[in-house]
Every structure is written in C-alpha cells, then in structure tokens.
Ligand binder design. Structure first.
Ligand SMILES: [Fe+2]
Length: 284
C-alpha cells in the first residue's frame, strides 16, 4: 500500500478509470509484458526512440538510446518477495515527460503538491507523486501513474493474451486535464499507441523466437545490477538504485517459479516485506 497510495490516496477525492475499455489480443506469453513493464527503464531508449522523439519534451533520468547517461540516483527499482513491484523516478514531475505539452499537468502538480505532502509525507509527496512510476501487482495487473494507464493481462493460452487497458485520472483534475490524459494515453499506450505497438511487436517476436530449437535450450539472462540492492530508509522492499536494471524482473520470475513449484496454494510462501527493511543488504 505504501506505493499504491501515491496514486490512489494522494488527494482526498481519489482516482477513476476513464474512457472505454481498450481490448487487444497479442500473440505473446503472458509473462513477457509483465516483465517488460516491471523493469521498464532499460528498454525505453532502445525500443521507443522514435516515439520518444515525437512526444517527449522532458528528460527522464537520461533514458535515451544506449542508456549511457542514465542517472542512477534518479530512480528506484523496488521489489518484494511476494512479486509486487514498483519502478519509480524521484523528481516528482516526470510522469508527464511523455506529454507533448506537459504544462497544464505540471501546474496541477504544483497547485496540489502541499496536499499530497500532507497526506503522503515528504518523501512520497515530493519525490514520487507526479513521477514516472510503473507499479506491478503480481501476477497480471500493472499501472503507470503519469502515463496514466491501468492494465490487466488475461492469458488465453501459452502464447496469447487479451490485454485490457484504461486511462486513469485523479478526481481532483479539471475536465480539461482529464481529456488531455485520455488523449495522451491513446496516443502512447492505446490500441494504436506509439509505445504500445513498439512493445507489442517485441513481445510477439520474443515469444516466437523462444520457440526455436536452440533458443529453448538457453537460460533467460536477467542479471543486470545483480547484488546491488538493499534497504533504503523510508521505503519498504528490496531496492536497487536507478531505473536501468533487471532487479524487478528477477523478483517477478522468482515469484512465478515459487507458484509453479508449489503443490497447493498453502505451499506458496508468503513474505513480510518490512523484514527486508532492517537488513543491510539482500542477496538478489
Ligand atoms: Fe515499452
């Protein structure tokens, strides 16, 4: 709830999903889109360079092609052993980095920042509310405050999903901003969205290539930033610095493996995230 409240409870009037339910069938294994979003940062510049040039007026922690200037202090990868995760920048405004004209949203953030700080505290109210955040509720629900979409993946078999997406707004937002958010969600992550079609092509290609005789004998490589995580004051979970790593992906696949290996629901282990906060470092 610590991170969910940044979106769900920053302001007293709460949040809503708006627009139609956007349904799309994709020929991909269901785990790939979840993996893709829970550790969104490192594929951003590579997969979406064209889309970013078209819509991005603000810098997002140096996340361009090559990631050579990514600022490791500009974000956090936050994971827990129950498989829920957050990937968040810390500037309090970059959620609107992919809006052609972010000014109305930035003015809204500035006007309501004191209330958000009062309700969430300084760290979350100043650094997280308004930031680009990817939230994953294991196994198949994800939402992105800032880009403002909310999504559920329905598996349709080993190689197909039906993806349901909505735009989401804070109820405090004026009608003009709500309309802008719905437009921008359709532009970026709607059925014909610039970013979503980049991702969809990649997810389908990864699924198809993984069926190959040689490829299917190889292990998945998710070792980026391995062993560089630990506790951070004020935030629960096991935390790696920066948006560019495979920290969250490891937690996602570990949790999936635990479910696959359990013989019944009661054999699936439950973890207390807060116990991680007292440890100096956690071997990921
Ligand atoms: Fe993407």
């Amino acid at each position: 709830m610590h991170n969910l409240d940044v979106w769900l409870d920053a302001l007293p009037s709460g949040t809503s999903l708006v627009g139609e339910t956007q349904k799309m069938v994709l020929n991909t294994n269901w785990k790939l889109p979840v993996e893709n979003v829970c550790g969104d940062g490192y594929h951003l510049g590579w997969a979406h360079a064209g889309a970013m040039m078209a819509v991005q007026p603000m810098d997002l922690s140096g996340l361009s092609v090559g990631n050579s200037s990514a600022n490791l202090e500009g974000g956090l990868s936050v994971a827990g052993l129950n498989g829920h995760m957050a990937l968040t920048s810390l500037d309090g405004v970059s959620g609107y980095a992919f809006y052609p004209d972010p000014k109305p949203m930035l003015d809204y953030l500035e006007a309501n920042r004191p209330t958000a700080i009062e309700r969430l505290g300084k760290a979350r109210g100043e650094q997280l509310w308004g930031s680009q955040i990817n939230i994953t509720i294991f196994p198949n629900l994800q939402f992105l405050p800032g880009l403002n979409w909310f999504r559920v993946y329905h598996p349709k078999g080993p190689g197909q999903i039906e993806q349901w997406t909505w735009a989401m707004v804070e109820n405090e937002m004026p009608e003009e901003i709500r309309a802008t958010i719905l437009d921008n969600q359709c532009l970026t992550f709607g059925l014909a969205g610039l970013f979503d079609n980049d991702d969809g092509d990649n997810l389908a290609a990864c699924t198809e290539q993984s069926r190959g005789w040689r490829t299917s004998q190889m292990d998945v490589y998710t070792n980026m930033a391995l062993g560089r995580s630990g506790a951070r004051e004020g935030f629960p979970g096991d935390i790696a610095a920066g948006l560019v790593s495979e920290h969250n992906q490891r937690y996602f696949y570990r949790r999936w493996q635990e479910h696959m290996q359990a013989s019944s629901w009661s054999d699936v282990p439950a973890y207390n995230l807060n116990s991680l906060a007292s440890r100096e470092a956690v071997d990921a």
